[in-house]
Write a protein that binds this ligand. Structure first.
Ligand SMILES: [Fe+2]
Length: 252
């Protein structure tokens, strides 16, 4: 049961804010999305960046948030909750891109019972531990005596995890995957993040061209164009299916 208190509404909404809305977003990253020269990449300004560099940037950002939390006074309940919400959102998305994009690619290059495989498996388990603590914090009243302690322990877990990744796992990944594959993973990560942020990269087909077609139809056919309609809704309500077909033909 969610808690209802001075921070009740905020606490209840932490899960939404924290990026649970990204559910399904990562699955929506199709191979076509990751093609280097397709429309999605061009519209979303996907940079050719090594995946490990992107993940390290996330690490820096979340470590800065934990440092902010550490600097708060014991009774800064509201401020601590706000920072936790940012941490929650950042870590939720970060762990998803790692678990669904980066780790599987690294794991695929390792063999069972090797140090490299152990490192990837350990990373998954560290994420699981962090998620458990995050879930507890999401349900907890920020005035609870253990709230600050839990957030500090989460920070320690994340700092340890980050150091492990940056000094062991990422160097292994760079050696195993190589620059081209790391950039391809970086592209997938950027697309997933843009989708999660609600920056729809681009319509799959025809979306951007549709208004141009309607404009062309209007110019070239007084009979078929809905001259008095200035909005898309107006055009839709006054144009018949036959009209739209004609307009498409003339515009193409
Ligand atoms: Fe990480």
């Amino acid at each position: 049961m969610p808690k209802h208190n001075a921070f009740g509404d905020v606490v209840d909404n932490v899960k939404d804010v924290a990026g649970k809305v990204v559910s399904g977003v990562l699955e929506a990253v199709s191979p076509a999305d990751t093609a280097p020269h397709n429309g999605v990449a061009a519209k979303a300004a996907i940079e050719p960046v090594d995946a490990t560099a992107l993940l390290e940037k996330d690490h820096q950002e979340v470590k800065a948030l934990f440092a902010e939390a550490d600097a708060l006074s014991d009774t800064a309940y509201g401020a601590r909750l706000k920072i936790f919400k940012k941490i929650d959102a950042a870590l939720t998305l970060h762990t998803q891109v790692e678990e669904q994009i980066f780790y599987p690619a690294v794991k695929a290059k390792t063999k069972r019972n090797t140090e490299e495989r152990d490192e990837v498996l350990e990373a998954y388990e560290e994420h699981a531990g962090a998620k458990d603590l995050i879930a507890k914090l999401e349900r907890l009243d920020p005035r609870d005596e253990t709230y600050k302690a839990k957030l500090q322990v989460l920070g320690e877990m994340i700092r340890h995890h980050v150091q492990e990744e940056e000094t062991v796992l990422f160097p292994q990944a760079r050696a195993a995957l190589g620059h081209t594959e790391l950039e391809a993973l970086g592209r997938q990560i950027q697309i997933a993040k843009q989708k999660a942020a609600g920056k729809s990269p681009a319509p799959k087909t025809g979306g951007a061209k549709a208004p141009a077609k309607r404009t062309a139809a209007k110019r070239t056919s007084a009979k078929t164009a809905p001259a008095k309609s200035t909005t898309a809704r107006g055009r839709r309500s006054t144009s018949s299916a036959r009209t739209r077909t004609t307009a498409k033909k003339r515009a193409s």
